[in-house]
Design a protein around this ligand. Structure first.
Ligand code: NAD
Length: 369
């Protein structure tokens, strides 16, 4: 019996194609590195609607709750675009996030040396970049009440959303950021708009208080979110961990992502509360979607999903060495000039999804040998 269980949800479009390559690498790690993970697989998204009648069934939901971590491909596609909102493939994802209470979204923005030229910024600004954005995912203005659109009866309408945070919501996500920082450069930048929003004042006060109580060894600074956006494109390497709310995190993480060049390279993690043993519920997934425009062609980039799997090893299983091994295999495959179509440049060799998988296995063999 393996000591850990992972539920794999390949989903739709390119999800199953990229996941097949991740499975090959995971199997290699099980055989060669004592990864000790048992994998189970289930359906989510459009394929689950077609085959099982719902974007995620209760049985799959239970498997996700019971697993030590979930690895998701992507969901959605044109076939299901016209379904009512509450029956769409994305509802499967939302249900997972909600019922597993995944409140902290981790989005690393890392630039691989070999892809420095793919960034929208000058190479010297992004070379060696390694930022982690921690976004609060289950609160804030996307969920706050009251919300809605009302007719004012005088030809005007009024749209309302409410930005709202409580002490515990702020403290639990800030704690995730501080803990991460301790494993990195030990620096946290907390970001809000305390100059114009009360929820921002509370955010700043609670982060400050938690810092004093439990994390005073971590270097903490506060920055207004608009300044943070500016600094991200001006001098991104000043940051280590950025922690912020749902709305600002949505924007700042997308902006930071583009510093790295390609959607096909971007992993993410969503974490829930720690249990008595310190283990958090967790789901790992690439930032990209199901890419229906290239699905079925065998050309998708599997690296975002593979790097998500590496995050799982690091954050759910504390197997940083194996995570690093995967990242080094990626670096070496890129250094050999191998590129899937989305990141191909002049002077590099275009490879298919499975050829990238072959190259990674080859590199892992060399690194381990
Ligand atoms: P997308 O991320 O699927 O694709 C955007 C562009 O990037 C496309 O041209 C695609 O070919 C390319 N791309 C994305 N991932 C790639 C990869 N790994 N390798 C090579 N190229 C890649 O976003 P979209 O087109 O806006 O959405 C397509 C579908 O995916 C929609 O149904 C959307 O709802 C869904 N979606 C799902 C998720 C998710 O599952 N988390 C996220 C975003 C979008």
């Amino acid at each position: 019996m393996a000591s850990k269980t992972v539920l794999i949800l390949p989903g739709d479009g390119i999800g199953p194609e990229v996941m097949a390559q991740v499975r090959r690498i995971a199997d290699w790690l099980n055989d060669n590195r004592k990864l000790d993970v048992a994998f189970d697989e289930a359906k989510v998204g459009g394929i689950a609607i077609d085959d099982e009648g719902a974007p995620i069934t209760d049985a799959t939901m239970q498997k996700a709750q019971d697993a030590d971590a979930v690895l998701l491909g992507a969901v959605g596609g044109p076939k299901w675009d016209n379904l009512p909102f509450d029956q769409k493939p994305e509802r499967g994802l939302l249900r997972l996030r909600k019922e597993m209470a995944l409140f902290a979204n981790l989005r690393p923005a890392m630039v691989f040396e070999q892809l420095v030229e793919a960034s929208s910024l000058k190479p010297e600004l992004v070379r060696g970049l390694d930022i982690m954005i921690v976004r609060e995912l289950t609160g804030g203005v996307y969920f706050g009440e009251p919300r809605g659109i009302e007719d004012l009866g005088n030809g005007e309408r009024r749209g309302v959303n409410t930005q709202v945070y409580t002490t515990s919501e702020i403290r639990r996500v800030a704690a995730v950021a501080f803990e991460l920082a301790r494993k990195r450069q030990n620096k946290v930048t907390s970001t809000e708009k305390a100059n114009v929003m009360e929820s921002g004042v509370l955010w700043r006060e609670e982060v400050e208080r938690l810092h004093q109580e439990q994390f005073s060894d971590v270097h903490l600074t506060h920055m207004y979110a608009d300044n943070c956006a500016m600094q991200l494109v001006r001098q991104p390497k000043q940051f280590d961990v950025i922690v912020t709310d749902n709305l600002f995190g949505d924007m700042l993480s997308d902006a930071a992502a583009m510093l790295t060049g390609s959607l096909g390279m971007l992993p993410s993690a969503s974490l829930g509360a720690a249990d008595a043993n310190g283990r958090r519920k967790a789901m790992y997934e690439p930032v990209h979607g199901s890419a229906p425009d290239i699905a079925g062609q065998g050309v998708a980039n599997p690296l975002a999903t593979l790097l998500s799997f590496a995050m799982m090893l690091r954050y759910s299983f504390d197997q940083g060495e194996d995570a690093r091994l995967i990242e080094r295999a990626v670096e070496n495959a890129l250094a050999r000039g191998l590129r899937t179509a989305d990141i191909v440049q002049e002077g590099t060799t275009r490879v298919s999804t499975s050829e990238m998988g072959d190259a990674l296995l080859d590199e892992l063999g060399k690194l381990a040998g």
